[in-house]
Design a protein around this ligand. Structure first.
Ligand code: UGA
Length: 477
């Protein structure tokens, strides 16, 4: 065992890694499992994606992809045709037939913010019971700091020897909506190992990305921490700009210009500085909560993380606050068009979506909700069966007393302001993603609210800026 490897987070730019095709079993076919499976198959490995959910596997075998993720269906089809990608609900044989196992099961939050690891431990239990040769067990699920060590102890306490398995931490940094691209073009690969053998296997697994992509080979605890630190830091960045936007709303400064100027400082970077209705999704809320929980538990509280969680909850109330500012406190029987239900564009995922909070508040105040989202209506219907789901943005806007835009789908960016003016009862827009053109809204005599963009037309000398507000949209990833 190499001590340096264990002690240091070494950034290795390996130049001599031999490419090798592996047989890999992936347990868990959610976003991470499915995208990783399809992409690893594309890299030339032979992949079996397994899941205890027989319906999901049947769907996948019949060529249906259970989630909306751009490019994924095509990649799955291509690799099934190449015979590189298989699906199975027989987890036991998946374990027996593959010496490399990737665990990508769900680790949702419990009520108290702690991560729920029952699916992960259940998968580990199945591995312990069916191990038949040396296994490299790769944990891709986001797990609280210290979990890999605990799992290692658990496997050892079952009677297995350390020589019979390697446990590896290999967090994933893909974003929903651009997951395939993110997997295939990683900024970095992070691997936590406890042996040289595991390090070599992992280098070969990702050899197609090397040496161009930085590879961080470190110990398992550091690797787990990198994942939480990255997600929480991004959540902190968003929360900072959201609070700053609220301040700009009062002072009249334009947040987008402030963000551009800040972002030109390379130490800050322009990304994740777009204000909105609060961050959502299955990762930032859950991971920030879990980090705050871990820190509290070991008596090393992270006050910045606690504060960002609190600020994000407050931010989720901003859309209704702005709506009331525009049309008055009484929302009873007001027809409100809600555009965008997914937690962000290019996904059908509604987990922790700001739209849930907004719709709950509208219903509680007696408003009539008419809504549209290009992909997420099916999922939202399960939560809110009684609101009106429309077939297009314009249908949702018809006869509305006000509209709230919550998600930055391209389709909403393309909305024709003049058409909106004709079909709405009152020309009121709460643009929580700052995607509509303020000049066009002003010309069409809309009453509108943004998040930190002020309510004046664009400044005439806008083109003197290094980045104009509009071109800034291109800098957002
Ligand atoms: C996030 C991370 O970005 C990924 O790197 C990570 O792998 C993933 O979590 C995970 O842990 O699995 P994701 O949740 O898919 O990815 O989506 P993001 O693009 O990060 O957006 C998260 C939330 O922040 C969304 O609600 C989005 O609208 C919001 N956001 C993002 C802003 O409000 N402003 C921004 O400037 C950027």
């Amino acid at each position: 065992m190499n001590k340096t490897l264990l002690m240091l987070a070494a950034i290795s730019l390996c130049t001599t890694v031999v490419s090798e095709s592996y047989r890999i079993g992936i347990i868990g076919t959610g976003y991470v499992g499915l995208v990783s499976g399809a992409c690893l198959a594309q890299l030339g490995h032979s992949i079996t994606c397994c899941d205890i959910d027989k319906n999901k596997i049947e769907m996948l075998e019949n060529g249906h992809v259970p989630i909306y993720e751009p490019g994924l269906a095509e990649l799955i089809k291509e690799n099934r045709l190449k015979n590189n990608l298989h699906f199975s609900s027989n987890v036991k044989s998946c374990i027996k037939n593959n010496s490399i196992l990737i665990l990508a099961v769900n680790t949702p939050s419990k009520e108290n913010g702690e991560a729920n690891l029952s699916a992960l431990y259940s998968a580990i239990h199945t591995i312990i019971n069916h191990i038949n040769e040396h296994k490299t067990i790769i944990i891709k699920s986001t797990v609280p700091i210290g979990t890999n060590k605990k799992i290692n102890e658990k496997i050892l306490s079952s009677g297995l020897l350390q020589s019979e398995f390697d446990l590896v931490s290999n967090p994933e940094f893909l974003r929903e909506g651009t997951a395939v691209h993110d997997f295939m073009h990683p900024d970095r690969i992070v691997i936590g190992v406890s042996s040289d053998q595991a390090a070599n296997t992992m280098e070969k697994l990702y050899s197609k990305f090397l040496p161009e992509t930085p590879l961080i080979m470190t110990n398992v605890t550091t690797s787990e921490t990198i994942k939480y630190a990255s997600n929480t830091f991004l959540a902190l960045k968003i929360t900072f700009i959201n609070e700053l936007a609220n301040l700009c709303d009062i002072t009249g400064a334009k947040t987008s210009v402030v963000a551009q100027a800040m972002g030109l400082d390379q130490r800050i970077s322009p990304y994740f500085l777009k204000p909105g209705p609060g961050f959502g999704g299955s990762c930032f809320p859950k991971d920030s909560q879990a980090l705050a929980f871990t820190a509290q538990e070991i008596n090393s509280p992270m006050l910045t993380v606690q504060a960002l969680l609190q600020a994000n909850e407050i931010q989720k109330n901003i859309p209704i606050k702005k709506l009331k500012k525009a049309i008055g406190e009484d929302l009873k029987n007001k027809k409100i068009a809600v555009l965008g239900l997914a937690f962000k564009a290019n996904t059908d995922d509604i987990r922790y979506s700001p739209a849930i909070n907004v719709i709950n508040q509208l219903i509680a105040e007696g408003a009539l909700v008419q809504t549209y989202d290009p992909e997420a209506m099916k999922n939202m219907r399960l939560l809110f069966p009684d609101i009106e789901y429309k077939n297009s943005s314009y249908e949702a806007l018809e006869n509305a007393d006000a509209a709230i835009i919550l998600t930055d789908w391209q389709e909403f960016k393309n909305l024709k302001i003049e058409k909106m003016a004709k079909i709405m009862t009152s020309k009121v827009i709460i643009d929580c993603r700052n995607i509509l053109n303020i000049d066009a809204l002003t010309s069409a005599e809309f009453q509108y609210q943004t998040i930190g963009q002020g309510s004046s037309r664009s400044t005439r000398n806008c083109s003197y800026y290094y980045f104009c507000p509009d071109s800034y949209a291109n800098a957002y990833r």
